[in-house]
Design a protein. Structure first.
Length: 130
């Protein structure tokens, strides 16, 4: 079964390119360019993973990740972040809000695909044990 990834990024050009690359590798992509709409879209689509930009207007990816973690229905969904400004000193903050990994833009799409696939495989294995 095709895994659904909710991609949240305010840069529509980047969002389109990333979504196309992920789609070509077999993922079903749901695009959201407004972080304020992401929770509603997640509720409607029930994604297997959320890939989000950290720096967006109106609501940061960190704020969105904290909100997702605090809502029972979303707390089980793995979150992966992307950022053009990521620094190692942010690692603890990202971990505390439930972010499983962070990629610095621009990134190698193959590395992102590999990490996403590993996270999804681990998540599936954890659910089968429960």
């Amino acid at each position: 079964m095709e895994k659904k990834i909710l991609v949240v990024d305010d840069d529509e050009g980047f969002l389109d390119e990333l979504s196309e690359a992920l789609s070509m590798r077999g993922f079903q992509i749901i695009e959201v360019d407004d972080p304020c709409a992401a929770l509603e879209v997640a509720e409607k689509t029930n994604p297997d993973l959320i890939l989000l930009d950290l720096k967006m207007p109106q609501k940061s990816g960190v704020q969105l990740a904290y909100e997702l973690k605090s809502i029972k229905e979303f707390s089980r969904i793995p979150v992966v972040a992307m950022s053009g400004f990521f620094k190692d000193k942010y690692s603890d903050l990202l971990t505390s809000c439930g972010i499983k990994a962070c990629f610095k833009k621009p990134f190698n799409i193959d590395a992102v695909i590999k990490k996403i696939s590993n996270i999804l495989d681990q998540d599936t294995a954890c659910r089968q044990v429960q």
